[in-house]
Design a protein around this ligand. Structure first.
Ligand code: THU
Length: 157
């Protein structure tokens, strides 16, 4: 019997070890948590996308009383970035979560739907999106969504 083994490369580091542009993105993602609309989950998520033109676009989760109508921070941010700057690649995206009065110790990871949208962002520009997942105790840096979404449904299919 044959097996396909899948592995993911995730760099674990702390805030001081980030590059200065990565620190800026993390700071902005953290700040964006405070503008989230999350009255139902009380789980505020912020995201910050760096565009190839140097601009940083932030967003956060937007919930709705009809639960499925809400949207995660990652997709809010990416859709807004693409709607304003359709031709611009997005080289990096940072995500942070805040609940019960503090940021989480460990990073949260994008949901399946957000992973698929990040993949589309990579496919549109042909460039990887570096994903920086913030936690107070550790930060994950992932060089491409391909590490979080192996065997993806993409244009090759
Ligand atoms: N959420 C995000 O915005 N991003 C994630 O990566 C995970 C979850 C939101 C969705 C919902 O508003 C709240 O967090 C609780 O699941």
């Amino acid at each position: 019997m044959n097996y396909l083994k899948i592995s993911a490369k995730i760099r674990i580091c702390n805030y001081e070890e980030l590059l200065s542009e990565e620190k800026v993105l993390v700071d902005q993602a953290k700040e964006a948590t405070f503008r989230a609309y999350a009255p139902y989950s009380k789980f505020n998520v912020g995201a910050a996308a760096l565009l190839a033109n140097g601009k940083v676009i932030t967003g956060n989760n937007q919930e709705n009383i009809a639960f499925p109508s809400g949207l995660c921070a990652e997709r809010t941010t990416l859709f807004y970035a693409h709607s304003q700057y359709p031709g611009e690649a997005i080289p990096a995206l940072a995500v942070a979560a805040y609940t019960e009065g503090d940021f989480l110790d460990r990073p949260i990871s994008p949901c399946g739907a957000c992973r698929q949208v990040i993949l589309e962002t990579e496919m549109r520009s042909g460039r990887p999106v570096k994903i920086i997942l913030y936690g107070k105790k550790e930060i994950y840096v992932i060089e491409s969504i391909k590490d979080l979404l192996p065997l993806a449904f993409d244009s090759m299919d």
